[in-house]
Design a protein around this ligand. Sequence first.
Ligand code: F0G
Length: 491
Amino acid sequence: MSDTAYQQCTNPACATTFGIDEVRVACTRCNSLLDVSYDWNKLPRLKSLAFFEHRWSTKGTAVEGRLDFSGVWRFRELLPFFTSEDQIVTIGEGRTVLQQADLLARQMHIKPGNLQLQYEGLNPSGSFKDNGMTAAFTHAKMVGARKVACASTGNTSASLGLFAALAEMTGIVFIGSGKISFGKLSQALDYGALTLQIRGDFDDCLRRVKQIAVDVPAMGIYLMNSVNPFRLEGQKSIMYRILEARGWDAPDWIIVPGGNLGNCSAFGKAFMELRDLGLIKKIPRLAVINASGANTLNELYTRQNLRWNDGHVDQQKIAQHYATLDEAQYKPHTVASAIEISRPVNLPKALRALHVMNGVVREVNDDEILEHRAMVARWGFGCEPASAASVAGLRKLLDEGVISKDESVVCILTGHELKDPNATVKYHTGIDMKTVQELALRTTPTGRLSNQPIQVEDNLEAIVTAMGGDPSLVAGMELSPVKSTLPISEY
Ligand code: F0G
């Protein structure tokens, strides 16, 4: 299928295309984000979305069943970038549940039947990230990558660790020291990923790992963050499953927490394509919810009126906002550590999604997040704090009258409740488990498979050394905003 898929710059004024077998994190001409695009006219025409239903009941054993078993790949005709089906790296991701949350609806004073929760925490690694990793690992396998890496607030690292182990690739994760929940850290360690705890936050980690992937090709790093357009192809499937569970009837609203803004971008792309293919009549409205302590999108979209504007995004407005953050030495801070991000790399794509889905953006504070997380657990089956931003955001939009009680709403619960048990324990008992852990006695781990995290300064030579590379590769190299977007060619 490869002659029908290509990569394309998202800036309409540029629109440069690249081959599907190239590895890039941005357009080499204008530095904008890339999409995976398809020449749909050359692909078998899909007459209706109901075509996909027959795959739902597979046992997943035969070759064909292996793909049908995945909640991502059973929609493979809608992400046809792979060249052959045996390249697909799948572990049965995306078999998630759309719950009709009537008890929670009653608490929120919404008509029973009108609130549904999409439990992406039921993925193998416990978060929605598996939807994207299966696609990005498939691309990594297509191009022969051996070492994969990401920066993460926790869930991406857990998902990367799991897929890397099963795909027999080396997984490397960059996490901000003390910034991710223990549940997520324990997963990265358990799956055998080389875990670098960088002194800094997510934004610092992403800049570093992107710089190494792009500017130090000799390290042979394939970047798994959501600037990788293949990740977002897999995340489109969350929307397909919601439509499928609702008999292909779109809800009035989709509400999702916003961090690095990959997920909402993928949702917008999914609906853009379904509309262009004539497969849906109605596009739901989108609400993206920031935490108040990491509210870049809300600040720029709601307060400063930044818009997609047919692809002519006001870059100066963004630059000005970031300069203000720098001046104030601002660091994002929220109990929803998964979305503690102040420089979301997918911002332009998120603006496009908000345009396509007639969207709104709001922010919710930590108390609202914690209260709604507890409600989802008490009257649903639980989620981590960041996920509950969607439900807290729904409350806000109901109060404002933006969403009415008669409208149908799906909130995306992005991560499992057990990802961050500390937040839950603290909510119910007042005990700060993080402090308890910091004071706890240390012993030397003796397990045969024990995999200790490595503490590293936010310094390129130190990081490359910790990754097992030669520090002379980066001698004198400065950390500047990554300008170079050379393809990564040496694996
Ligand atoms: N919810 C959870 C549970 C997440 O882990 C994330 C992102 C988001 C929401 C936000 O999604 O970035 O697509 O807007 N976590 C990333 C990580 C950043 O590294 O695990 P987004």
